[in-house]
Ligand binder design. Sequence first.
Ligand SMILES: [Cu+2]
Length: 193
Amino acid sequence: MSIDDVLVPKNAGSYHNFFVRLGNVATYGAFNNISFAEQHFPLLTQSEEIRKDTFCDDRNLPDNCHGKEYCFCTHRLKVKLNSIVQITLLGTENGNFMNHPIHLHGSHFYITSIGSDATKISYEPQSENPPYKDTLSVPGSGYAIIRFKADNPGFWFFHCHYDYHHAAGMSAVFQVGDLEDITKDQRTIQNNS
Ligand SMILES: [Cu+2]
């Protein structure tokens, strides 16, 4: 994969663009006002237990969440295998007092833009040679834009790395590929080991 494939996704079969507001209050944390609730089974190895209503996102909230400020459910961001994913991470802390170290499993990402003022988001890549990381500190009242190629099928945790924020729900799970892509990949790993 070249940097150009990610920074200029012109040849990508598909492209996903997410906007994630980071929120934390005294007792819970959230991405887009959804506080992550874990399932009782591991998604990766017991995917046969996944049901239609296992996951939620900000366009598909469970019925009991409507009208509520915060919602508790298994927040999933689903992307096509080999697509280019852009995520805008938005700090919502007043006065910039707490940054959030956001960590992605399964892939590294390029940080194409970062700033301390969330009202001045720039989508123009700030460098031709951007940092390549699996964790970044999003300024408390600022923003960061990250991009990666979703070429590793699976369920991957995406969360604030302050353990108490993570435990309080400041997390989501990326589903890279359809279940067939994921289980096929696992069979390949099992047969090769
Ligand atoms: Cu945090």
